[in-house]
Design a protein around this ligand. Structure first.
Ligand code: COA
Ligand code: MG
Length: 310
């Protein structure tokens, strides 16, 4: 049980949480993007060694990304390295180099079953990688969606380090032969299935990318729908997407004000032992108290990060 508790409380992925509203990908081979990311108000950055890097550029990208991560300068942004899959010629070396560079997390691509997380976690254990390095998992194949529960369940064991799932919707659309329509008719069931698996094991989950990066309205609509589904944030491909995405995935002032009222009400001595109370005519339960705490914590962290970015 202690291990379960430890797993569920590492990586900032439980009720207290940390903001993962905007998660920006950049090709590891693009030196300019790695530098520019230090100035962008994204909550997290994915420095990619996988699909955004051509085979001939893989080694250069690995060296460049690891040197950028070691060099630092990314402030409070969470820095994540997406490695190539273990089955590829680059996978193992990418993981070893990433362990040495010490990002906040390693994003494992094309996860198909729980064993894919365990295999990478074992490599990290084998080299005594610092405990702070977490694992994120790409959910981008039909088999990953079918296995979402068992993949997420690897988080029960602290040594597996899993804290976040990332939807790879472009790959899912390709693999399933679906149509990529604006209403995301085909995609929503996969998002919802994976989301409940994530929540069952207290993981964060980030929505897939919106490819048409000049279309701000389309992006906003997709962010709104993702947030309504329960997503913590969205993966992004271009700096112009960060602002709108942050705005939509931030708790609104109204939500924060209400959360503070709920926390204050439960703090009154007469409510200390109550499971359910009334605040401004609405029934409020203990579960709302926990949600309110999370809302306030996230809002405070966002304020701190935004203060640090100006
Ligand atoms: N991260 C950081 N900086 C980025 C960036 C990113 N993802 N995408 C663009 N930029 C920077 C550019 O370097 C440029 O900086 P500068 O003007 O200060 O020199 C600025 O933002 C404007 O870029 P722009 O000219 O509008 O974009 P582009 O045409 O050069 O590139 C893409 C468009 C889509 C190729 C590029 O945004 C990109 O590579 N995105 C990420 C793709 C990816 O990683 N995919 C894998 C996961 S799906
Ligand atoms: Mg992919």
């Amino acid at each position: 049980m202690a291990r379960v508790y430890a797993a569920l409380h590492k990586g900032g992925n439980v009720m207290q949480g940390r903001p993962r509203r905007s998660v920006l990908y950049m090709p590891g081979s693009n030196e300019r993007a790695l530098e520019k990311a230090k100035t962008l108000p994204a909550d997290a950055l994915i420095l990619d060694l996988e699909d955004a890097v051509a085979p001939d550029e893989k080694l250069k990208a690995r060296a460049q990304v690891c040197s950028a991560v070691k060099g630092g300068g990314y402030g409070a942004r969470e820095v994540v390295i997406r490695v190539n899959a273990l089955e590829t010629p680059w996978g193992t070396e990418d993981i070893l180099a990433a362990c040495d560079a010490e990002p906040d997390a390693i994003l494992v691509p094309k996860v198909v079953h729980a064993g894919d997380i365990v295999s990478v976690a074992k490599i990290l254990q084998g080299v005594h990688a610092p405990d702070k390095i977490r694992l994120w998992a790409m959910m981008e194949t039909p088999m990953a969606i079918l296995n979402a529960r068992t993949i997420a369940a690897t988080a029960v064991y602290a040594e597996n380090r899993l804290c976040c799932l990332v939807m790879g919707t472009n790959d899912l659309i390709k693999e399933s032969r679906a149509r990529a329509l604006h209403d995301r008719f085909a995609v929503v069931p996969w998002l919802a299935m994976t989301l409940v698996a994530a929540r069952a094991y207290r993981l964060d989950i980030i929505d897939g990318v919106y490819n048409d990066f000049r279309d701000e309205k389309g992006l906003r609509d997709e962010c709104e729908r993702g947030r309504t589904l329960g997503m913590d944030g969205k993966t992004l491909i271009h700096p112009s997407q960060v602002g709108p995405c942050n705005e939509i995935f931030s708790p609104t002032q109204e939500e924060v004000d209400w959360a503070r009222k709920v926390i204050d009400a439960f703090g009154h001595p007469e409510n200390e032992k109550k499971g359910v109370i009334v605040v401004e005519g609405r029934m409020v339960e203990r579960l709302h108290f926990a949600m309110a705490q999370r809302t306030v914590t996230i809002a405070e962290q966002i304020r701190e990060m935004e203060g640090a970015c100006v």
